[in-house]
Design a protein around this ligand. Structure first.
Ligand SMILES: [Zn+2]
Length: 402
């Protein structure tokens, strides 16, 4: 955890206090109402920063653990309020100009100009502190203080230039420039907070990044949907993934955990990840069934390796049967390497048999071929049972190798 930037915040308060003293002094000397208003504004600003710091304390306290999504959106709410405040500062700017018109003096302008120097530093420090603790609201507050600096610069330039040239047009020009700067800042603070409050995407690349992370994890067949919500400094991620339908919860859970950790380790600010698992819907199958003879009414052969025939059943929109003589029948044992090549060549996805040895079973597992167990029955009946989900999946070989 980063250390709480107490010092930085304290120094920014000192700068605000210095600015306040300068403005009050200027007000008392020149009796310029605008300077008085600007001084009061600073008191409000200090109060706002205190309020933000208090909110940050609440957000990070144990109390918020009661809520599933924390209270992070308070930060966005504050940022939005600050954006409105910055926009309002624009109105204040015009007001200051109006109130100072008759009393526009170089002297008040200089007081105002000096007062904005500490404001500049106060704003910068708050932005730094906000970035360090990843608090958007403290950062927005820093930007707000920084806009006070711009507003102050506009007013002081107006006062001084009007005083020198005795032409009020300078005042209007200075204020307009500052006003535009304020609106830009209000927009930049407000936009982020509104996106967050409305659960709209703040960064569209993150979803793509999460998809890439998922694609590299073995066991995840597809990523159907990624939902991301931003709240203050944190991100909540929900992912809907497709997995092998035959994985048990025991097998699937570690894979979702790997995915969760990948997301947390690679994407900054992720507070929690929820992964929903959906089974991949398989539509196409190519079955291999050991058969005693070469027709759909032939019975299943008890022996996988030594069966007379292999029934190769292709299932998509329709069912196609193909019977071939078992090329391995005469071999002393089911030659692993050749059998593997045979399965790959035929694109076999599932094997239905009565008995399967350790080696063959391991081979199928390694190549993602599903193994099912059926009692003796006709090939046609077995296929029908398979399609209606009435055959059991084998989770281990039926006989051990000697
Ligand atoms: Zn302010």
């Amino acid at each position: 955890m980063t250390q709480y930037p107490t010092k930085i915040i304290a120094i920014s308060f000192i700068f605000l206090a210095i600015a306040f003293v300068i403005r009050i002094t200027g007000y008392l000397f020149g009796n310029n109402v605008a300077l008085g208003m600007e001084a009061v504004h600073l008191i409000v600003d200090v109060a706002i920063t205190f309020f933000i710091l208090l909110t940050l304390k609440i957000i990070s306290s144990n109390y918020t653990k009661k809520f599933s999504y924390g209270l992070f959106k308070l930060e966005d709410l504050i940022s939005l309020a600050l954006a409105i405040l910055v926009a309002y500062t624009g109105i204040e700017l015009f007001l200051s100009g109006y109130l100072s018109e008759s009393k526009a003096s170089i002297e008040s302008g200089i007081f105002q100009a000096i007062s904005i120097i500490p404001l500049f530093f106060a704003g910068k420090l708050k932005i730094i502190a906000g970035k360090r603790i990843k608090s958007p609201s403290l950062e927005a507050d820093g930007k707000h203080t920084y806009t006070d600096f711009i507003e102050g610069a506009g007013v002081s330039a107006g006062l001084i230039l009007t005083g020198i040239f005795n032409n009020y047009l300078f005042f209007i020009a200075s204020i307009l420039i500052a006003f535009i700067a304020l609106l830009i800042t209000a927009y930049s603070i407000g936009k982020e907070s509104i996106l967050s409050l409305l659960d709209l995407p703040k960064d569209k690349n993150i979803s793509q990044k999460i998809r890439e992370l998922g694609k590299n994890i073995k066991g995840i067949k597809d990523i159907k949907e990624i939902r991301i919500r931003w709240a203050g400094p944190v991100i909540f991620v929900e992912a809907i993934i497709e997995m092998d339908p035959f994985l048990s919860i025991d097998e699937a859970h570690p894979i979702t955990e790997i995915f969760e950790n990948e997301i947390k380790n690679n994407i900054e600010g992720v507070y929690s990840v929820t992964v929903h698992v959906e089974p991949v819907r398989r539509k196409n199958f190519k079955l291999l069934i050991p058969s005693k003879n070469n027709s759909i009414t032939s019975n299943l052969d008890d022996r996988l390796a030594k069966s007379n025939y292999f029934a190769i059943v292709e299932i998509d929109d329709e069912i196609k049967y193909n019977f071939i003589e078992n090329p391995f029948k005469e071999k002393s044992e089911l030659a692993g390497l050749e059998f593997k090549q045979f399965l790959i060549n035929y694109g076999i996805t599932d094997i239905i048999c009565k008995n399967v040895g350790e080696i063959t079973f391991g081979l199928m597992l390694a190549y993602g071929i599903y193994c099912w167990q059926s009692n003796e029955d006709t090939i046609k009946n077995i296929v029908n049972k398979f399609l209606t989900g009435k055959v059991e999946r084998l989770r281990e070989p039926t006989k051990q190798s000697k």
